[in-house]
Design a protein around this ligand. Structure first.
Ligand SMILES: [Zn+2]
Length: 458
């Protein structure tokens, strides 16, 4: 029972557990396996049904959690039936492999297989693929890379992917960046060495998002020879649609899964993520935390290292505002626009991105536009520190009368360099990245106002 549970084979674990329910000594453990396994599977109804008959504390607390979750889900977080059926159709229209295999939680790397240049991954509910460079060979890819890739894809749902890797890969040499062509990752590309390999994940199916802006910047970088941008097409953003979520990345690091899978092919020794201070030293962009002490940072740094990769946060010393200033000073600026609703060249001027990304770059937007007003009036406000800075910088403080006290201080420090952020950089990449950033932006005055950020007294 324990072995099945720990390996993520929940149905099997429950079968064993049910047989033990009548045995006094083992009943408590059996009940806990049943409720926890349902919880891990997000099977809240089943959990409530069996768990509400039990009186022990573990069952009671999981039943309460499940009830709470079901309530919050039904109040807006859950997908509407229409969206659900659209996603089902989308999944049904995906190509499938010739070979059929079973999901194997005991040997994670064995869930990957190759047919021509297409790499397949079997996950519990189906298959996803990547179209790899023609010379890619799965059999010369280290198993720890495959395990790490699977973990970034299934981390929230499959505890089996969190098991120790069977072996450790030696560190590679080449530095790379998970590149989305947005402002944060463009700033990251600008401060990283010129030979950084930029890896762009291309969604293989049509969606509501307009990717012409990304294509324009990528075309410019490749044609001008400024950087090499590798584009890999995949449908792995469908995995999380099995878990009541819209199309998107399963976890923060799933945006780099193509680079993880290609790490041996390109001898990669580092993967960069364009995460500014807003996502590192600030919790949800609004409360300071010591990022280097978070479990998130220590856990993933270790996992990447075991796969021979430095986990690199090239812009962890600057905020989204700092990233905008880096991009603004670059000749790449005219090829970049984060708005996904424009005509492929200009922004729409009416979305949240046009307010907080394009606005500070001096591009036009309408502060009274519906989406911008909706976000500004949410409490807690999304990307709060950055939005406050943007409002103050552009003279729109009047939009937030209830938050006037937050504008009493000058927020210009937000666009400056936070030197402790350099301590997160692995030694072999630090000097060049630090020098580029220090040359681009002034340093924040001490004591750092960043340390006091907690806009909503949380
Ligand atoms: Zn827009």
């Amino acid at each position: 029972m324990r072995r099945a549970y720990n390996a993520g084979r929940y149905e099997q674990a429950r079968r064993h557990a049910r047989l033990l329910l009548g045995k006094q000594k083992e009943a408590e453990l059996a009940r806990s396996v049943i409720v926890r396994s349902y919880w891990n599977e997000h099977a809240y109804d089943a959990l409530i049904q069996v768990g509400s008959e039990w009186e022990d504390n573990v069952s009671k607390s999981y039943v309460a959690l499940a009830r709470e979750h079901r309530m919050s889900s039904s109040s807006g977080k859950m997908l509407t039936p229409m969206k659900k059926s659209r996603l089902e159709r989308l999944r049904g229209a995906q190509p499938g492999p010739q070979l059929r295999v079973k999901w194997n939680p005991d040997n994670i790397p064995s869930n990957f297989f190759q047919e021509g240049h297409r790499l397949w991954f079997r996950y519990p509910q189906g298959y996803v693929y990547w179209d790899m460079p023609v010379s890619f060979v799965l059999s010369s890819t280290h198993p720890s890379l495959l395990s790490l890739a699977a973990e970034t894809l299934l981390y929230p749902w499959e505890s089996a992917t969190r098991a120790p890797f069977s072996s450790t890969r030696a560190m590679g040499e080449q530095v790379s960046l998970s590149f989305s062509a947005g402002t944060d990752s463009t700033a990251a590309a600008l401060v990283m060495p010129d030979d950084t390999l930029l890896g762009y994940h291309r969604r293989s199916f049509d969606s509501m998002l307009d990717h012409r802006n990304a294509e324009r910047l990528i075309g410019y970088l490749n044609d001008s020879g400024e950087r090499e941008v590798l584009q890999i097409e995949s449908n792995h953003e469908l995995i999380r649609t099995h878990h009541e979520k819209p199309v998107g990345f399963s976890s923060d690091f799933a945006c780099a899964v193509h680079l993880i899978l290609l790490a041996d092919h390109y001898n990669l020794g580092a993967i960069g993520f364009g995460m500014p201070i807003d996502n590192t030293y600030l919790w949800k962009g609004r409360k300071f935390r010591k990022f280097e002490e978070t479990q998130y940072y220590t856990y993933w740094t270790k996992r990447f290292a075991q796969a021979g990769l430095d986990l690199l946060f090239p812009i962890s010393s600057i905020s989204e505002a700092g990233a905008l200033m880096v991009v603004k000073a670059s000749p790449w600026l005219e090829h970049l626009n984060s708005c996904m609703r424009g005509d492929g060249v200009k922004g729409c001027g009416r979305c949240w991105k046009c307010f907080h990304k394009n606005g500070p770059l001096g591009r036009p937007f309408d502060i009274k536009a519906h989406e911008i007003q909706t976000y500004l009036n949410k409490r807690p406000m999304p990307t709060a520190t950055h939005a406050l800075w943007a409002l103050q910088t552009m003279g729109h403080q009047d939009e937030l009368p209830d938050m006037a006290h937050l504008f009493e201080k000058d927020l210009s420090w937000w666009a400056k360099v936070y030197p402790p952020g350099f301590d997160l950089l692995p030694e072999r990449w630090r000097d060049s990245i630090e020098a580029t950033i220090r040359a681009a932006l002034p340093v924040m005055p001490e004591p750092y106002a960043l340390h006091d950020v907690n806009h909503f007294d949380e």
